[in-house]
Design a protein around this ligand. Structure first.
Ligand SMILES: [Zn+2]
Length: 275
């Protein structure tokens, strides 16, 4: 069985997901347009409809980009407002983040389908976040890293799309064992692993369950500024192999089929699916 997979994009600029506080963001050059244009045209060329987890701050600063994504027929989901580690904030702060995002998307006439935590930062420390996501009307969550990636993750967590007790669908990212690591099918791992290894893992997992692939627009922007002061643990994976993103993506889009995430959930025919 070859399943249909989900192509997901965490829509944020190059400086927004590397542990820099939002109060510092105005010091950096806004370049999201560069990577966004390349990614959007690749998706259009391959006739792939993706799921975009959009950062609230990006909606505020680049409404034109959000409109283009909606006009192209991609699914809109939420990636918080200010990209915090969710286990470092309170339930009240998280509620405020979601409320702000919900207000920001209203003028576009669409509702968010799902939510993804920045840095996949829902783990055993803050499972309460899943109840807030449900209460705020989201259909699914895609925040759990079912493995160990050092700063987040839940070892042994159910890797399949499943319905939580609170009736929210959980869509864990796809992780696998590789040497002593537990990488995921997307982001830096997509650039770091040779394409034939990535493709083999993708194919293996896609025979078990839909692959939830993820990428960021800045990974298509080879020339964004190099921040030498970032800790090596963040700097190496951020900048490694950016020149490979686009050629590898051409191959990936030829080799596999993709659909928006919520379409996949609906087609899984959960007995309790009533919406
Ligand atoms: Zn992010």
């Amino acid at each position: 069985m070859n399943t249909i997979n989900a192509f997901t994009v965490d829509l944020e600029d190059w400086y927004q997901g590397i542990g820099i506080n939002m109060s510092e963001w105005n010091k950096y050059e806004k370049r999201i347009r560069i990577g966004h244009d390349r990614l959007l045209s690749l998706l259009s060329k391959h006739k792939v409809k993706a799921t975009y987890f959009v950062l609230g701050k990006v909606i505020e600063e680049h409404p034109d980009i959000i409109k283009e994504i909606i006009d192209e027929g991609h699914e809109i989901s939420c990636h918080s407002y200010s990209h915090p580690f969710l286990y470092d904030i309170t339930p009240e702060q998280f509620t405020h983040e979601l409320d702000k995002c919900i207000e920001l998307i209203k003028p576009f006439g669409v509702n968010y389908k799902g939510f993804r935590a920045p840095y996949f930062s829902i783990d055993h420390r803050n499972l309460w976040a899943l109840d807030i996501i449900k209460q705020k009307g989201f259909e699914y969550d895609s925040s759990i890293y079912p493995g160990d990636n050092k700063r987040t993750g839940i070892k042994g967590y159910n890797k399949n799309i499943h319905l939580l007790d609170n009736q929210l669908y959980e869509v864990p990212v796809c992780t696998f064992k590789f040497l002593i690591f537990e990488p995921a099918l997307g982001g830096a791992y997509f650039r770091i692993l040779p394409y034939n290894i990535f493709k083999k893992k993708f194919r293996e997992i896609s025979q078990l369950r839909p692959v939830i692939f993820y990428i960021h627009p800045w990974e298509f922007d080879l020339d964004h500024p190099y921040l030498s002061k970032l800790p090596p643990r963040i700097r190496y994976p951020h900048y490694y192999g950016l020149k490979y993103t686009e050629p590898k993506m051409q191959k990936l889009l030829n080799d596999f089929e993709f659909k928006p995430l919520f379409n996949i959930i609906k087609e899984l025919n959960f007995e309790s699916y009533e919406r």
